[in-house]
Ligand binder design. Sequence first.
Ligand SMILES: [Fe+2]
Ligand SMILES: [Fe+2]
Length: 203
Amino acid sequence: MICLTLLIEHPDIAPPLPIMYTQAMAHPKIPAKVITEINRQYNQELGSAHSYRALSLWCEDQNLKGFACHFDRQAAEEYTHAKKLGSHLLDRSVLPETGPIPAPKHTFKSLLEAVQHAQAMEQANTQGINVVYETALGVKDYPAQVLMHWFINEQVEEERWSTELVERVQGATCAGSLSDLDRHVERLLAERLLADEKEAGQE
Ligand SMILES: [Fe+2]
Ligand SMILES: [Fe+2]
């Protein structure tokens, strides 16, 4: 424990209470366990971006343009997630380690298998994020805990849409219904893009 006292001497002014700094505050550092887990998750997000690229290409090859667009957008989003984690380490004077990214699955038996693959990936991402959060809680690393709140919320959205896609594909059993669903996804994305552009214009 380090104790700092401001030395002000005046007969009318009572001496201030000493300011107490813990050793951790005097030398703010990110615990090694948290660095390891954020770095692991940083690479996992990069891996997800890579996998979404492969999913997008497969869908495009199957003439499923809506799904291809959706997965392409997801690839970009996963990259921003990785960047967020990397920036957190950099902000705390730690250089992130970019590791090798395993080759993603790039062929699928059906669209159902493709969307189930995306769903499993999001579930694995949630688990990875929970591990970072639990580690940060365990060592009382408050900045990492706050950062992970954002990711925990984001995963609620990611798991919701990935489950919705699986359920919609499972429900598309009549002839031509997969193409209809693909066009619906394409329209939905175009609307979202327009809404995002409007929002960006208002900022
Ligand atoms: Fe992510
Ligand atoms: Fe998202």
